[in-house]
Design a protein around this ligand. Structure first.
Ligand SMILES: [Zn+2]
Length: 319
């Protein structure tokens, strides 16, 4: 099998070819998940991702393929596996090749987890693929976050900022554990509504439906990161004047300090990707003969895989 990056991951064998996560609408492609840098119309995707596509892009078409069902596509056998990254996210198996997409072997509160499987060829997400990129145990980060929320809620409403799709819904699930009311932006709610239709029990209200007198009640607001500080859109400018205590939640908080830059009270390194050691362990467990690394730290990860696992590895230059 040959792999190269050409506006998507192009997998070829003899006369057969298929493209994974293309940058633009490509019928006959395969789409791994609903983050905007992966999400296009027209491909094969999980039913969950197709619903996310319709909410995020307003419309869109795709061929639904539920997890663990095999289809034949352009002469290849294709199966989608849970990637543990966000709701509906998939790793793509094409014959004896596995493309992880964005993935997390540890999983999350609102999705399953990525499990390694034996393959000949592996295309692997290197977002945190640099030696030294390591997250504290997820359970500890979640406990810290919940303790902080409890402490701050004694004084009034609290805001958590995270990506609109994936992180925000994880934050709703976490805040629900405290039994406190959660209010979210309409876009976050539209996406969370899909989770609920699939049986994930998230409880939240829409900020747009809160009465003025309710705004300062102790509750957790889950907001897109851009709403954590002014200037805010007119419709929610009141968020800037109710004395919110705010925190940003992202894997990058393990390596960068956003609190001073954005004037926040706290930050929590909750990630929906595996860290460096998670990724190395996953690759070793797949036992591939050939590895391709992709995304932010592809070159660093490629070097590390060759050195530590002695597997021939190539970094793909994506976008
Ligand atoms: Zn992603």
């Amino acid at each position: 099998m040959r792999v190269r990056y050409e506006g998507g991951f192009l997998v070829q064998e003899a006369l057969k070819e298929v493209i994974l996560d293309p940058v633009r609408r490509t019928p006959g492609s395969i789409v791994s998940h609903g983050h905007m840098d992966h999400l296009t119309s027209g491909g094969v995707m999980t039913p969950q991702t197709l619903e996310v596509l319709r909410v995020r892009r307003g419309s869109g078409t795709g061929v639904e393929l539920p997890y663990d069902n095999e289809i034949e596509m352009n002469g290849f056998r294709v199966t989608l596996r849970d990637a543990g990254h966000v709701f509906g996210s998939a790793m793509v198996r094409v014959d004896d090749l596995l493309y992880t997409g964005d993935f997390n072997p540890e999983g999350g509160a609102t999705c399953g987890r990525a499990r390694p499987e034996r393959v000949q060829t592996l295309i692997v997400d290197a977002t945190y693929g640099r030696p030294g990129f390591s997250f504290p145990p997820k359970h500890d980060v979640e406990s810290d976050l919940l303790s902080w929320l409890e402490m701050e809620l004694a004084n009034g409403p609290v805001a958590l900022g995270g990506y609109e799709f994936g992180k925000s819904q994880e934050l709703i699930a976490l805040a629900n554990r405290l039994g406190v009311e959660v209010a979210v932006s309409d876009k976050i709610a539209d996406l969370a509504d899909i989770y609920v239709r699939y049986g994930i029990p998230l409880r939240y209200r829409r900020i747009s439906e809160l009465a003025e007198a309710e705004r300062t009640d102790p509750r957790v607001y889950v907001l897109p990161p851009g709403w954590l500080r002014p200037p805010l859109d007119d419709s929610v400018s009141w968020l800037g004047s109710i004395g919110l205590r705010s925190a940003y939640v992202s894997g990058w908080c393990a390596f960068f300090d956003y609190t001073r830059r954005y004037g926040l009270e706290a930050q929590f390194p909750l990630s929906d990707h595996g860290d460096f050691e998670d990724v190395i362990e996953f690759i070793a467990a797949c036992g591939p003969r050939r590895v391709y690394t992709a995304f932010s730290n592809a070159k660093d990860l490629a070097k590390a895989v060759e050195r530590r696992l002695r597997i021939k590895t190539e970094a793909l230059l994506t976008r």
